[in-house]
Design a protein around this ligand. Structure first.
Ligand SMILES: [Zn+2]
Ligand SMILES: [Zn+2]
Ligand SMILES: [Zn+2]
Length: 163
């Protein structure tokens, strides 16, 4: 039986987040080189912004931050950049929130399973291959072929549930 892998846990409030961003960018660079994809300066900037927190960041917030740091950037440029990052597996899209979150393990291809805190909006990502298989099998039963399955679960993170 496949074990559940914790891709990113709820982070403590005090930690060196700069090093999280740095390592995410480093991974992205090597992945893009391996796959012959071009991580342009703008795409890297968008990745850094998505990584500004350990939780989903809305498309609109990303756009605002981008405009603040880079001057006026067209929304389409940002959306195309986000699409690129999703395609490369560097970030995930959380449809129900129209938000994006950086993936701490972009090397392995996987569908994300997210535990999202409804209070502080931080999130953890886990990967349980069993869930994927079960859903795929159940979908088949009704003749449905799954294209992508991002699972979003709402609740309270450790620090919010202890308040
Ligand atoms: Zn961090
Ligand atoms: Zn992931
Ligand atoms: Zn929380």
């Amino acid at each position: 039986m496949a074990a559940t892998r914790v891709i990113s846990d709820f982070s403590s409030k005090k930690h060196n987040h700069k090093s999280c961003v740095k390592s995410a960018v480093k991974k992205a660079e090597s992945i893009c080189i391996d796959r012959g994809m071009r991580l342009t300066r703008l795409r890297r900037k968008i990745l850094e912004l998505v990584w500004s927190r350990h939780g989903p960041l809305g498309a609109y917030d990303i756009l605002q931050l981008m405009n603040k740091e880079e001057g006026k950037v067209l929304p389409n440029t940002v959306y195309r950049g986000l699409d690129f990052l999703i395609e490369a597996g560097l970030i995930h899209r959380l449809d129900s929130m129209n938000a994006f979150m950086g993936c701490a393990d972009p090397v392995s291809r996987h569908s994300g399973q997210f535990l999202i805190c409804r209070s502080c909006e931080s999130a953890a990502e886990i990967h349980d291959a069993g869930i994927e298989q079960t859903l795929g099998r159940d979908a088949k039963r009704v003749g449905f072929s799954v294209e992508q399955q991002t699972i979003e679960v709402l609740g309270l993170c450790p620090s919010c549930s202890s308040d």
